[in-house]
Design a protein around this ligand. Structure first.
Ligand code: HEC
Ligand code: HEC
Length: 306
């Protein structure tokens, strides 16, 4: 009898500890410090924020579908994934349906930490695993710019996810495995142009979020970073952008494609890359050249098999 009691107690204590562990590990952290705290509501440079917005490709997901104004950020675009269908939210200045009530720090928590104002995790389909590397000044300027855009009424429908993935708290596990928050330190082994290119590619334009393949939990398989592969829903293929495929493109040809969409063999990029090009074309020439320099320096990686 006594032994049974101890056994049951031990099991209960162990389960409580495990539950506490899960609760602890999956807790959304806002790290109310460092880069997030450095983001303020004053002093934002609207003109520069416009470039940050273009480089981040925000309109490609958040512009209301079915109309041509890329600055009406009413959301609603459906994003298919193996976990169900996500909907891009309204990030216009509408105070009820959009983010018109947000502070710049709220935006910083979303982009740099993947955490919402009410303290829950965002799904990483919102590419904050890249945006987390943004500089505080860029987040501040981006907020100043977003505040100049029109308010759009209406909330898109909810995500339609497989029930297992409907629990936001579990994104905490994903973050433990794949999320490395914080800025990227400049690499002294490379020049300023390359470092600018890395910042634009890795923090803002999030090239690797598309041009890589993912494991069963939706994390980028590091051996395929920039090497492309099947898209997660299996309907398309992202090209390899390491030298394995781009080896005979010159840096100038790559920079040019990022502006015109035209490839050295006189083709034209389509699908989601066409939107990326529309946005990158707004950046100064030096920024596209910097991205090209960084991409051309990537180690050659073989294209993963589908
Ligand atoms: C690949 C598509 C995609 C891109 C690119 C993207 N987002 Fe999002 N974003 C989403 C999705 C999907 C969500 C919803 C995530 C969730 O519900 O967990 C989201 C959520 C957000 C939110 C939170 C909104 C809320 O109501 O809580 C903000 C703010 C936001 N994005 C801003 C941006 C900005 C600014 C950029 C560009 C720097 C950007 N996003 C780029 C897809 C995207
Ligand atoms: C939203 C997803 C997405 C993002 C972000 C993205 N790309 Fe692409 N990219 C694609 C797709 C899809 C294609 C294939 C387009 C086609 O089929 O015409 C492509 C094509 C390309 C090509 C042409 C490859 C070839 O062999 O023709 C290059 C080069 C390229 N991307 C570079 C980049 C760079 C550099 C970045 C970041 C600055 C980037 N991409 C960001 C989706 C993306």
């Amino acid at each position: 009898m006594r032994r049974r009691f101890w056994l049951v107690s031990a099991v209960l204590v162990a389960s409580a500890a495990a539950a506490a562990g899960v609760w602890f590990i999956t807790a959304p952290e806002r790290f109310g410090s460092g880069e997030v705290d450095a983001v303020s509501d004053t002093g934002g440079d609207v003109e520069h924020g416009k470039l940050v917005f273009a480089a981040g490709d925000c309109a490609s997901c958040h512009a209301s579908p079915g109309q041509s104004d890329r600055l009406r950020l009413g959301g609603g675009l459906a994003l298919a994934s193996p976990y169900g269908s996500f909907r891009a939210p309204n990030i216009s200045t509408d105070r009820i349906d959009g983010i018109g009530n947000w502070t710049a720090k709220d935006l910083a928590n979303a982009l740099l930490r993947g955490v919402s104002p009410d303290g829950s995790h965002y799904y990483p389909v919102f590419p904050y695993a890249s945006f987390t590397h943004m500089r505080s000044e860029d987040v501040r300027d981006l907020m100043a710019y977003l505040r100049t855009l029109p308010a759009v009424k209406g909330r898109p429908p909810d995500h339609e996810l497989n029930p297992l993935f409907g629990i936001r708290r579990f994104v905490g596990f994903w973050k433990v495995l794949y999320f490395e928050p914080g800025p990227i330190a400049p690499d002294a082994a490379h020049d300023e142009k390359w470092n600018r290119g890395r910042y634009l590619s890795e923090a803002l334009a999030h090239c690797a979020e598309c041009h890589s393949s993912r494991d069963m939990f939706g994390g980028i398989r590091s051996s395929t970073r920039y090497a492309g592969g099947q898209d997660p829903v299996g309907t398309g293929f992202y090209p390899n952008i390491t030298a394995a495929r781009l080896g005979d493109w010159s840096e100038a040809q790559l920079a040019d494609m990022l502006k015109t969409g035209i490839t050295p063999n006189h083709g034209r990029v389509g699908s989601s890359m066409a939107d990326v090009v529309t946005n990158l074309a707004m950046l100064p020439e030096s920024d596209r050249q910097a991205i090209a320099a960084f991409v051309k320096s990537l180690p050659t990686r073989p294209t993963p098999n589908p």
